[in-house]
Design a binder for this molecule. Structure first.
Ligand SMILES: Cc1cc2nc3c(=O)[nH]c(=O)nc-3n(C[C@H](O)[C@H](O)[C@H](O)COP(=O)(O)O)c2cc1C
Length: 344
């Protein structure tokens, strides 16, 4: 299937693997790119050494285009962006920050830039800053989706920008792909669907549990990592949401973030001290959120940990290979198209 984004990235199918921390690893990224989609390598929680190692390993596993993601709000993101750029990763995907410098540097080596946004304001800013495409993430999404549902958000942004839009949040099969194309998007980015695949490194128990969950079984809150995000509704998530915090918790927890990201703790601690009360609380939540997402994702612990999960988990009932997911998405999209055509 050809669309503006298959042309832009040089891929076969308009299907993208979202950059999910701890999950979008070289093995999963390469599986998606080898099956004709575009895998996005997550560097949200990788140290400089790990980022470099991720790029090398991905290149060993695929000769197809792939992307690297940076969440600019996270400590260490500038450093990871620099590494991705130095190693000329074909597509750079950024979110939660200003991307003008990234766009300029990536275009200098002929790479492409995709900004992930959840609002029209940020979509217009990313276009102005030189992004080649947007991933527009609706309310249904796992992790940091917007306040507005995909059905309303995507066409509203498609109408307002000139660059191609990739729809994210609530897409998991061929029906979703055709719906996204009908809304004016040029493809889909899927997180929850690929998280539950054979090649995904998420703990096996989470694949099974999320397959049993329904569309109602998630919560959307800013009380886990300080930003509005969606995750599986569990005892662990509820416990963290109810926790009271103060700026000292931020300082205490910043050690964990710094350790996790290989980032100088003193620099982070000073940053927190001078960031004001509200931002300190947010940093405290980020520290707790990082740890909770890690434990939920890698250990399958739903008491201390939390698993980001989209509402579309309700239609996901199995754990296929990445190739099976992509092939059947394309096949089902073809059937949907035929059915629509036959309606006259
Ligand atoms: C387990 C999991 C972990 C995720 N981690 C991140 C992350 O670290 N950074 C990020 O920007 N988005 C993260 N996301 C969100 C995805 O990038 C994407 O926006 C979302 O999954 C798309 O919606 P969908 O889940 O309905 O497909 C994560 C999603 C899942 C399922």
């Amino acid at each position: 299937m050809k669309t503006k984004i298959t042309e832009l990235f040089g891929i076969d199918h308009p299907i993208i693997l979202s950059g999910m921390s701890w999950i979008s690893t070289p093995e999963l990224v390469a599986a998606v790119s080898n099956a004709g989609g575009l895998g996005i390598l997550a560097t949200g929680v990788t140290s400089a050494e790990e980022t470099l190692e991720y790029i090398k390993r991905t290149r060993e596993l695929t000769d197809k285009p792939f992307a690297g993601n940076v969440t600019l709000y996270f400590p260490g993101a500038d450093r990871n962006a620099q590494i991705l750029i130095e190693h000329r990763v074909p597509v750079i995907n950024y979110s939660l920050g200003k991307g003008d410098k990234i766009s300029k540097a990536v275009h200098e080596y002929g790479g492409k830039v995709v900004a992930t946004v959840t609002t029209l304001k940020h979509a217009l800013a990313a276009q102005r800053d030189g992004a080649d495409a947007l991933i527009v993430t609706g309310h249904e999404a796992a992790g940091h989706g917007g306040m507005v549902t995909s059905l309303a958000l995507i066409p509203s942004i498609v109408d307002a920008v000139e660059i191609p839009v990739i729809a994210a949040g609530g897409f998991a099969d061929g029906r979703g792909l055709m719906a996204a194309l009908s809304l004016g998007a040029e493809g889909v980015s899927m997180g929850t669907r690929f998280m539950n695949s054979v090649e995904s490194p998420v703990h096996d128990s989470q694949k099974k549990i999320s397959s049993e969950k329904d569309v109602y079984d998630t919560v959307y809150t800013d009380r886990i990592d300080g930003l509005p995000a969606r995750m599986m509704d569990t005892g662990g998530a509820r416990k963290i949401m109810n926790r009271r915090l103060n700026p000292f918790t931020a300082l205490f927890n910043s050690r964990k973030i710094a350790g996790l990201l290989g980032f100088p703790w003193l620099k982070l601690a000073v940053g927190i001290m001078f960031s004001g009360y509200k931002r300190s609380i947010q940093m405290a939540r980020m520290a707790i959120g990082f740890e909770a997402f890690k434990v939920g994702t890698m250990n399958g612990d739903n008491k201390k940990g939390v698993l980001p999960l989209g509402q579309i988990t309700g239609i996901i009932k199995d754990t296929p290979t990445v190739k099976e997911i992509i092939d059947r998405t394309i096949e089902q999209a073809g059937e949907v198209k035929k059915n629509l055509n036959s309606m006259g």
